[in-house]
Write a protein of this length. Structure first.
Length: 234
Protein backbone atom coordinates (compact mmCIF):
# COMPACT_ATOMS: atom_id res chain seq x y z
CA UNK A 1 0.00 0.00 0.00
CA UNK A 2 1.36 3.39 -1.05
CA UNK A 3 0.81 6.46 1.15
CA UNK A 4 1.42 10.17 0.77
CA UNK A 5 0.57 13.44 2.48
CA UNK A 6 -1.12 16.21 0.53
CA UNK A 7 -3.49 19.16 0.81
CA UNK A 8 -6.92 18.77 -0.84
CA UNK A 9 -9.20 21.79 -1.19
CA UNK A 10 -7.16 23.47 1.58
CA UNK A 11 -7.41 20.54 4.02
CA UNK A 12 -4.37 18.47 5.09
CA UNK A 13 -4.88 14.92 3.84
CA UNK A 14 -3.30 11.51 4.32
CA UNK A 15 -3.83 9.49 1.14
CA UNK A 16 -3.63 5.69 0.95
CA UNK A 17 -3.59 4.05 -2.49
CA UNK A 18 -5.25 0.63 -2.36
CA UNK A 19 -6.59 -2.07 -4.65
CA UNK A 20 -10.15 -0.79 -4.38
CA UNK A 21 -12.74 0.59 -6.81
CA UNK A 22 -14.15 3.57 -4.90
CA UNK A 23 -12.88 6.49 -2.84
CA UNK A 24 -13.44 6.46 0.93
CA UNK A 25 -13.09 9.36 3.35
CA UNK A 26 -12.55 9.67 7.09
CA UNK A 27 -12.25 12.88 9.08
CA UNK A 28 -9.61 13.00 11.78
CA UNK A 29 -8.67 15.74 14.25
CA UNK A 30 -7.38 18.46 11.94
CA UNK A 31 -6.99 16.40 8.76
CA UNK A 32 -8.70 13.86 6.52
CA UNK A 33 -7.80 10.33 5.47
CA UNK A 34 -8.54 9.15 1.93
CA UNK A 35 -8.42 5.57 0.67
CA UNK A 36 -8.35 5.66 -3.12
CA UNK A 37 -7.80 3.34 -6.11
CA UNK A 38 -4.19 3.03 -7.19
CA UNK A 39 -4.33 5.34 -10.22
CA UNK A 40 -6.61 8.04 -8.88
CA UNK A 41 -5.69 11.49 -10.23
CA UNK A 42 -5.13 14.47 -7.94
CA UNK A 43 -8.00 16.40 -9.55
CA UNK A 44 -10.40 13.52 -8.87
CA UNK A 45 -9.45 13.57 -5.20
CA UNK A 46 -9.85 17.35 -5.11
CA UNK A 47 -13.34 17.10 -6.63
CA UNK A 48 -14.29 14.27 -4.25
CA UNK A 49 -13.31 16.37 -1.22
CA UNK A 50 -14.89 19.55 -2.62
CA UNK A 51 -18.28 17.88 -3.05
CA UNK A 52 -18.19 16.82 0.60
CA UNK A 53 -16.67 20.02 1.99
CA UNK A 54 -19.67 21.11 4.10
CA UNK A 55 -19.84 17.72 5.81
CA UNK A 56 -16.07 17.66 6.35
CA UNK A 57 -16.09 21.14 7.90
CA UNK A 58 -18.87 20.13 10.30
CA UNK A 59 -16.97 17.02 11.41
CA UNK A 60 -13.79 19.06 11.92
CA UNK A 61 -15.70 21.56 14.06
CA UNK A 62 -17.15 18.72 16.08
CA UNK A 63 -13.73 17.22 16.73
CA UNK A 64 -12.34 20.61 17.77
CA UNK A 65 -15.25 21.12 20.17
CA UNK A 66 -14.58 17.76 21.78
CA UNK A 67 -10.94 18.69 22.28
CA UNK A 68 -11.64 22.14 23.70
CA UNK A 69 -14.50 21.46 26.12
CA UNK A 70 -13.85 20.89 29.86
CA UNK A 71 -13.08 17.29 30.77
CA UNK A 72 -15.73 15.54 32.84
CA UNK A 73 -14.30 13.96 36.01
CA UNK A 74 -17.57 12.25 37.04
CA UNK A 75 -17.47 13.92 40.43
CA UNK A 76 -20.34 14.69 42.80
CA UNK A 77 -22.75 17.19 41.27
CA UNK A 78 -21.49 17.03 37.67
CA UNK A 79 -24.21 16.62 35.07
CA UNK A 80 -24.30 13.77 32.54
CA UNK A 81 -26.87 12.78 29.93
CA UNK A 82 -28.87 9.58 29.62
CA UNK A 83 -31.47 9.27 26.85
CA UNK A 84 -31.60 13.00 26.36
CA UNK A 85 -32.09 13.98 29.99
CA UNK A 86 -29.55 15.66 32.28
CA UNK A 87 -28.85 13.91 35.59
CA UNK A 88 -26.59 15.06 38.43
CA UNK A 89 -24.07 12.54 39.70
CA UNK A 90 -24.53 11.51 43.33
CA UNK A 91 -21.58 9.62 44.75
CA UNK A 92 -22.10 6.88 47.32
CA UNK A 93 -19.05 5.36 49.09
CA UNK A 94 -18.39 1.75 48.17
CA UNK A 95 -16.56 -0.36 50.72
CA UNK A 96 -15.48 -3.14 48.37
CA UNK A 97 -15.71 -4.16 44.75
CA UNK A 98 -15.60 -2.14 41.53
CA UNK A 99 -17.38 1.14 40.97
CA UNK A 100 -20.80 0.96 39.32
CA UNK A 101 -23.58 3.36 38.43
CA UNK A 102 -27.38 3.13 38.48
CA UNK A 103 -30.10 5.48 37.27
CA UNK A 104 -32.92 6.83 39.43
CA UNK A 105 -35.66 9.27 38.48
CA UNK A 106 -33.62 12.22 39.72
CA UNK A 107 -29.93 11.28 39.53
CA UNK A 108 -27.20 8.90 38.43
CA UNK A 109 -25.98 7.18 41.58
CA UNK A 110 -22.29 6.40 41.34
CA UNK A 111 -21.21 3.77 43.86
CA UNK A 112 -17.48 4.25 44.05
CA UNK A 113 -14.56 3.58 46.43
CA UNK A 114 -13.28 6.75 48.09
CA UNK A 115 -9.90 6.42 46.38
CA UNK A 116 -11.28 5.70 42.89
CA UNK A 117 -9.67 7.71 40.10
CA UNK A 118 -11.32 9.31 37.06
CA UNK A 119 -10.79 6.21 34.93
CA UNK A 120 -12.69 4.05 37.42
CA UNK A 121 -15.55 6.55 37.56
CA UNK A 122 -15.67 6.84 33.77
CA UNK A 123 -15.72 3.06 33.38
CA UNK A 124 -18.68 2.81 35.75
CA UNK A 125 -20.64 5.39 33.74
CA UNK A 126 -19.71 3.74 30.45
CA UNK A 127 -20.87 0.38 31.78
CA UNK A 128 -24.21 1.98 32.61
CA UNK A 129 -24.40 3.40 29.08
CA UNK A 130 -23.53 -0.01 27.63
CA UNK A 131 -26.24 -1.76 29.64
CA UNK A 132 -28.83 0.87 28.73
CA UNK A 133 -27.87 0.86 25.05
CA UNK A 134 -27.92 -2.94 24.78
CA UNK A 135 -31.43 -3.01 26.24
CA UNK A 136 -32.57 -0.22 23.91
CA UNK A 137 -31.18 -2.03 20.86
CA UNK A 138 -33.12 -5.14 21.84
CA UNK A 139 -36.30 -3.03 22.08
CA UNK A 140 -35.87 -0.82 19.02
CA UNK A 141 -34.03 -2.93 16.45
CA UNK A 142 -36.82 -5.40 15.56
CA UNK A 143 -39.16 -2.64 14.36
CA UNK A 144 -36.35 -1.02 12.37
CA UNK A 145 -35.45 -4.35 10.80
CA UNK A 146 -39.06 -4.93 9.81
CA UNK A 147 -39.22 -1.49 8.21
CA UNK A 148 -35.97 -1.88 6.29
CA UNK A 149 -36.48 -5.53 5.37
CA UNK A 150 -33.02 -6.56 6.48
CA UNK A 151 -31.75 -8.04 9.74
CA UNK A 152 -28.42 -7.59 11.46
CA UNK A 153 -26.56 -10.81 12.12
CA UNK A 154 -24.93 -9.26 15.18
CA UNK A 155 -25.07 -6.03 17.18
CA UNK A 156 -21.93 -4.55 18.70
CA UNK A 157 -21.38 -1.52 20.94
CA UNK A 158 -18.13 0.42 20.87
CA UNK A 159 -16.83 3.80 21.99
CA UNK A 160 -16.35 5.61 18.67
CA UNK A 161 -15.12 9.18 18.40
CA UNK A 162 -16.17 10.17 14.88
CA UNK A 163 -18.96 7.80 13.83
CA UNK A 164 -22.40 6.95 15.20
CA UNK A 165 -22.40 3.51 13.66
CA UNK A 166 -20.97 1.19 11.04
CA UNK A 167 -22.15 -1.84 9.10
CA UNK A 168 -20.06 -4.73 7.80
CA UNK A 169 -22.04 -5.60 4.69
CA UNK A 170 -20.21 -8.93 4.31
CA UNK A 171 -21.14 -10.26 7.76
CA UNK A 172 -24.24 -8.08 8.41
CA UNK A 173 -22.71 -7.07 11.76
CA UNK A 174 -23.76 -3.60 12.93
CA UNK A 175 -21.69 -1.57 15.40
CA UNK A 176 -23.24 1.35 17.28
CA UNK A 177 -21.53 4.14 19.20
CA UNK A 178 -21.70 3.87 22.97
CA UNK A 179 -22.42 7.61 23.09
CA UNK A 180 -25.88 7.10 21.58
CA UNK A 181 -27.12 6.27 25.09
CA UNK A 182 -26.71 9.97 25.92
CA UNK A 183 -29.31 11.18 23.43
CA UNK A 184 -32.98 10.93 22.59
CA UNK A 185 -33.97 7.41 21.50
CA UNK A 186 -35.01 8.82 18.10
CA UNK A 187 -31.31 9.20 17.34
CA UNK A 188 -30.76 5.51 18.07
CA UNK A 189 -33.64 4.52 15.76
CA UNK A 190 -32.24 6.75 13.02
CA UNK A 191 -28.73 5.31 13.26
CA UNK A 192 -30.03 1.74 13.38
CA UNK A 193 -32.12 2.39 10.26
CA UNK A 194 -29.13 4.02 8.54
CA UNK A 195 -26.83 1.07 9.17
CA UNK A 196 -29.43 -1.53 8.20
CA UNK A 197 -30.01 0.32 4.94
CA UNK A 198 -26.38 -0.38 4.06
CA UNK A 199 -27.39 -4.03 3.78
CA UNK A 200 -29.25 -2.89 0.66
CA UNK A 201 -26.84 -0.21 -0.58
CA UNK A 202 -23.16 -0.23 0.40
CA UNK A 203 -22.37 3.46 -0.07
CA UNK A 204 -24.11 6.81 0.27
CA UNK A 205 -25.65 7.53 -3.09
CA UNK A 206 -29.07 8.48 -4.45
CA UNK A 207 -30.35 4.93 -4.00
CA UNK A 208 -29.30 4.92 -0.36
CA UNK A 209 -30.93 8.25 0.42
CA UNK A 210 -34.12 7.27 -1.40
CA UNK A 211 -34.41 4.25 0.87
CA UNK A 212 -33.72 6.36 3.95
CA UNK A 213 -36.45 8.78 2.88
CA UNK A 214 -38.85 5.86 2.66
CA UNK A 215 -37.81 4.12 5.89
CA UNK A 216 -37.25 7.18 8.12
CA UNK A 217 -38.74 10.30 6.46
CA UNK A 218 -37.37 12.83 8.98
CA UNK A 219 -33.89 11.30 9.17
CA UNK A 220 -32.23 14.56 8.08
CA UNK A 221 -33.83 16.46 10.94
CA UNK A 222 -32.82 13.81 13.47
CA UNK A 223 -29.27 13.72 12.09
CA UNK A 224 -28.98 17.50 12.43
CA UNK A 225 -30.27 17.33 16.00
CA UNK A 226 -27.86 14.54 16.87
CA UNK A 227 -24.88 16.40 15.46
CA UNK A 228 -25.97 19.55 17.30
CA UNK A 229 -26.30 17.66 20.58
CA UNK A 230 -22.94 16.02 20.02
CA UNK A 231 -21.31 19.36 19.21
CA UNK A 232 -22.20 20.67 22.66
CA UNK A 233 -22.63 17.60 24.84
CA UNK A 234 -20.48 14.59 23.95
Amino acid sequence: MREQSSVLDGIPAQIRYKNIKNLYLRVRDGYIELSVPQRTAQRDMENFVRRRRAWIDERLRLLRARTERPVCTYAEGEQIRLWGKEYPIVCVPLMRGKAYAVQTDEAIILHVPRDADVDARRTAIQNLYRTELAAAIAREAPACEQTVGRRAAKWRIRAMRTRWGSCNVCTAAVTLSLQLAQYDVRALRCVITHELTHLWVRGHDARFYARMDAYFPDWRTVRQMLNKWAHTEI
